[in-house]
Design a binder for this molecule. Structure first.
Ligand code: NDP
Length: 297
């Protein structure tokens, strides 16, 4: 018998994108400003091509300008750095995203840290990580990585005040696990970060009122790891084959977890759609900040 409430990220993200589109119209009408997002894709990775197409489409749907820069797989690090520099200096571009992964011969840290931190809508620049970790506010508030930002929005919408709750984040990557933990800490949760060397992971997860799974292992978090009534955010996107057909599953065994959780995000339709919506939100924030305008809520 399933009991958990489904946290509908598809619906939430559609509402968020609607609000962003309204705000873009206001910026155009009142300030003659159209936010612009530049996405750089190096190489022909099929999954990256799908993501980039989808980002471009949703950027245009929100009324923003979308600039796609496709570069061949042989592009050198210097050439990519020159492209980033060109976009840093382009006033029509308010947000820059270099689609990861880049080919092995390019140092992704060097590329990310070459992006103007105020245009770093992925929030991966070391200055933005530092601003997030130190709780910087106002003019020096960080650009927050999109997937954790979308996840915390869903949590706050579902639970309201998160203060005092016990949260376990499984995964410590720079793009999901660590910034997610920072956001939960900012909401005054008691936060544990688990990873591949964590001992007795099931027992650690069982302590949590909030579980965020960002591991990249299909259905690894089992139903009986979930404390009764806990809220589960499944960040994982894993393609597996079932009966010869491709299927998308998360990092949580959803059907089992629903027997224990109070609420859970589905895969697909949970965190996934929030990521692009938050990319658009960050682009809007970046455009407003760069023009000295009040930031949208
Ligand atoms: P990474 O591979 O960078 O990080 C995975 C983390 O999981 C690591 O910290 C690793 O630990 C930990 N881990 C691996 N195996 C285990 C294990 N057996 N027990 C406990 N911890 C383990 O992945 P990402 O953070 O980039 O992505 C995580 C998942 O989220 C993936 O499924 C990815 O597809 C998905 N994702 C979804 C997005 C969305 O839009 N919804 C966006 C980005 C990612 P260690 O550090 O010790 O190696």
């Amino acid at each position: 018998m399933s009991t958990a409430t489904i946290i509908d990220g598809k619906k939430f993200s559609a509402t968020l994108r609607g609000r962003i589109a309204e705000e873009v119209t206001r910026l155009k009408n009142d300030h003659n400003l159209t936010p612009g997002l530049a996405v750089v894709l190096v190489g022909e990775d099929p999954a990256s091509q799908v993501y980039v197409r989808s980002k471009g489409k949703q950027t245009l749907e929100a009324g923003m300008n979308s600039y796609e820069h496709k570069m061949p797989a042989e592009t050198t690090q210097e050439e990519l750095l020159a492209k980033v520099e060109e976009l840093n200096n382009d006033p029509a571009v308010h947000g820059i995203l270099v689609q990861l992964p880049v080919p092995d011969h390019i140092d992704d840290h060097a590329i990310i840290n070459a992006i103007d931190p105020n245009k770093d809508v992925d929030g991966f620049h070391v200055i933005n990580s530092g601003r997030l970790a130190t709780g910087a506010r106002g003019a020096s508030a960080p650009m927050i990585p999109c997937t954790p930002l979308g996840s915390i929005m869903l949590l706050k919408d579902h639970l309201g005040d998160l203060s005092g709750k016990t949260a376990v984040v499984v995964g410590r990557s720079n793009i999901v696990g660590k910034p997610m933990a920072q956001l939960l800490l900012q909401e005054s949760c008691t936060v544990t970060i688990a990873h591949s060397r964590t001992k007795d992971l099931a027992d650690v997860v069982r302590q949590a009122d909030i579980v965020v799974a960002a591991v990249g292992r299909p259905e690894m978090v089992k139903g009986d790891w979930i404390k009764p009534g806990a809220t589960v955010i499944d960040v994982g996107i894993n393609r597996i084959e079932v009966d010869g057909k491709n299927k998308l599953v998360g990092d949580v065994a959803t059907a089992e977890a629903m027997e224990h959780a109070g609420a859970i995000t589905p895969v697909p339709g949970g965190v996934g759609p929030m990521t692009i919506a938050c990319l658009l939100a960050n682009t809007l924030t970046a455009a407003s900040r760069q023009n000295g305008l009040e930031e949208p809520n």
